[in-house]
Design a protein around this ligand. Structure first.
Ligand code: SF4
Length: 177
């Protein structure tokens, strides 16, 4: 029986399941293979985060901005989803595992690590809105912000990395310093 590597990575849900993304944003069929396969080949365990938006607003949701998700009810939802994850991470660390990093999705209002989106703050959409008012701005998404805070409360210091939303934008990948 092969020895356990004791290495684990924590992935945003849609890196392993594109089906939870807002409609129109998917550019891979199921699993983001160029992200996931290297971990499989290296013998790294993969802990999949829940998708906070799909479990909150479902699959008929619009693409929204960080301001729209930055409300107490959504933060509470994120914390409820994340508490058992932090428990699992804590147990793994106590068992000698190294949590390599958390990998989010740049530009997401929830899972952004270095980039999130802003710009739409509410009100009726114009009748003929030709383009989204959202723009990319520096900062964490709401879910990753809550995750980092919960990890910190548990005494866990794990690096975060963001991977571009679109496969073609992969060079936008960045790690925390
Ligand atoms: S980026 Fe986060 S919130 Fe958006 S689909 Fe992926 S896991 Fe869900």
């Amino acid at each position: 029986m092969p020895a356990r590597s004791k290495n684990v990575v924590v992935l945003a849900h849609c890196h392993l399941n594109v089906m939870t993304k807002v409609r129109g944003l998917a550019d891979y069929a199921g699993v983001r293979t160029e992200v996931v396969i290297p971990f499989i080949e290296a013998g790294t365990g993969i802990l999949q985060l829940p998708c906070p938006e799909a479990t909150y607003a479902g699959m008929r949701r619009w693409g929204e901005t960080r301001e729209q998700y930055d409300v107490r009810a959504y933060r509470r939802h994120c914390r409820r989803l994340l508490e058992p994850v932090v428990d699992a991470v804590s147990e793994l660390v106590s068992d000698g595992c190294r949590i390599e990093r958390v990998i989010g999705v740049e530009g997401s209002p929830s899972c952004g690590v270095h980039l999130t989106c802003a710009g739409y703050t509410g009100g009726e959409l114009p009748d003929h809105c030709p383009t989204s008012p959202a723009e990319m701005v520096p900062g964490r998404g709401v879910f990753m912000e809550e995750f980092e805070a919960l990890l910190s409360e548990a005494g866990l210091d794990i690096p975060f990395e963001g991977i571009a939303e679109r496969v073609d934008d992969a060079p936008a990948q960045r790690k925390d310093e």
